[in-house]
Design a binder for this molecule. Structure first.
Ligand code: ADP
Length: 437
């Protein structure tokens, strides 16, 4: 380009020079220079006009022929345009393929712009969400999917977990919504029909609840008889007496298991979570402390500390059950001589109920699975101390119903801290008010 540019400058200088030379004999040098410049200008104007004409009227066609710098400019522009056209064609066909494959998908796909207005959706979205092509384009998604749970999920902008809801046009159809943020704050809403899965899950829950319920009566009868036989232990032969004591132990275990299973299925089945009763953490933790002390039998030191003046909103029975589970676990697993702290304190915007012990702790590799049903680090120890393997699963469910989460922090030999973290919406500003009815 530098070479061509120099040539262009030479061309103009030459024109001006020739003009000056021709004018000089007649003492009209400046007229000659002017004429040279005019020629140069005319040449450039002609090429500029050709370029404008080409780009305006026939940009797809070959460029006008020109030499020097202008020829190079035309060539480059032409090549650039050609490249752009190929890229455009490729993008268009990719877009078309994406739309075709989305169209063929059984899941709903809805594309929203950065304001949350509907841009494009596939036919499954029409069938599952009731979107109408003629009417709904450009509408805000929350005008069409009005369920407050969806609106909350959409506005929250935390899409790590999916949301399950009945379809807005058929409440028997259960949809799982998942939102993805992409590009310039645009969003992709995907909805999957999980009705079958939901029904199976419901069947599993009903089955567990029914079996547990049905086991209750026979277990009560067995326990009753075993208690009577236990009272007559001195009248029974020694071997039989031992057997009765063992049977009593096992029926007690089964009863605990049935009770925990029933509690879990009640927590799962009951939508609940709207209980915002005002709780006083001091009363709650003092009650749990008394029960834990009874279980500990003085083998551990149990303390309560209240480091936040605010109260808590939730179901007293459920939160009491969750914290009792954590405190009883600490008593059962921390070992003799351990120090157990029950604490209420501020945590981020909200607050947390914390159970901390300085016992044997847990290897971090177990932590992600600890809240799974029947997951135990040491099965023998759990069974020997009367554990059902459901305690932490119950805690997790109670917390879920209170918009809270369980955080476990532990290392072998360094004790364990179980933290129930409540959001600010579950924290009562003034505990004095909270304690009043
Ligand atoms: P379990 O009925 O077996 O106690 P949980 O669900 O309550 O069932 O607890 C799961 C497992 O977590 C327990 O078996 C135990 O190994 C471990 N665990 C719970 N709390 C503690 C603790 N404070 N210290 C050490 N291990 C604990």
């Amino acid at each position: 380009m530098g070479r061509l540019w120099r040539r262009e400058v030479w061309r103009l200088t030459l024109l001006v020079g020739i003009g000056a030379l021709l004018g000089w004999p007649f003492s009209l040098t400046s007229v000659g220079v002017g004429a040279g410049l005019t020629f140069g200008l005319a040449y450039h104007l002609r090429n500029l006009h050709a370029m404008h004409d080409w780009l305006t009227h026939r940009p797809q066609q070959e460029p006008p022929t020109a030499s020097g710098l202008w020829g190079e400019l035309f060539d480059r522009l032409y090549r650039y345009q050609k490249g752009q056209r190929i890229t455009q064609r490729r993008l268009r066909s990719t877009l078309q393929r994406i739309q075709e494959s989305s169209e063929a998908m059984r899941d709903s796909v809805v594309m929203l712009d950065r304001h949350g207005d509907l841009e494009w959706w596939n036919s499954s979205a029409e069938r599952m969400l009731g979107l109408k092509p003629a009417l709904d384009r450009g509408q805000h998604i929350t005008n069409l999917l009005r369920d407050p749970r969806f609106v909350g999920y959409f506005n929250e902008r935390d899409y790590r977990e999916p949301l399950s809801l009945p379809s807005p046009i058929d409440e028997n159809m259960i949809l799982q919504f998942q939102i993805t943020l992409y590009g310039d704050d645009e969003r992709l809403v995907m909805a999957r029909d999980i009705t079958r899965l939901h029904r199976l899950e419901q069947m599993r829950r009903d089955f567990v609840a029914n079996v547990s319920h049905e086991l209750r009566t026979p277990l009560t009868v067995l326990t009753g008889y075993l208690e009577t036989y236990g009272d007559m232990a001195d009248m029974l032969p020694e071997r039989l007496g031992k057997g009765v004591a063992q049977m009593q132990n096992q029926t007690r275990r089964m009863q605990n298991l049935v009770n925990d299973l029933l509690l879990l299925s009640r927590l799962e089945n009951d939508q609940g979570g709207d209980d915002h009763t005002r709780l006083d953490p001091t009363t709650l933790l003092q009650t749990v402390k008394r029960d834990a002390q009874a279980l500990s039998g003085g083998r551990q030191q149990i303390e309560v500390s209240i480091d936040d003046p605010r109260g808590l909103k939730g179901s007293e029975k459920e939160i009491h059950s969750a914290i009792s589970n954590l405190a009883f676990n600490a008593v059962r697993y921390a070992g003799d001589g351990a120090r157990i702290q029950l604490r209420w304190r501020a945590y981020g915007d909200g607050a947390c109920l914390e159970v901390e012990d300085d016992g044997d702790g847990i290897d971090p590799m177990h932590l992600p699975r600890l809240t799974e049903r029947f997951y135990r680090v040491d099965k023998g120890r759990s069974t020997a101390t009367g554990g059902t393997g459901l305690g932490l699963a119950i805690v997790k469910h109670v917390l879920l119903r209170h918009d809270a989460r369980l955080d476990i922090d532990s290392h072998p030999g360094e004790g364990a801290t179980f933290r129930c973290i409540f959001p600010s919406s579950r924290v009562q500003e003034n505990r004095q008010t909270a304690a009043s009815p």
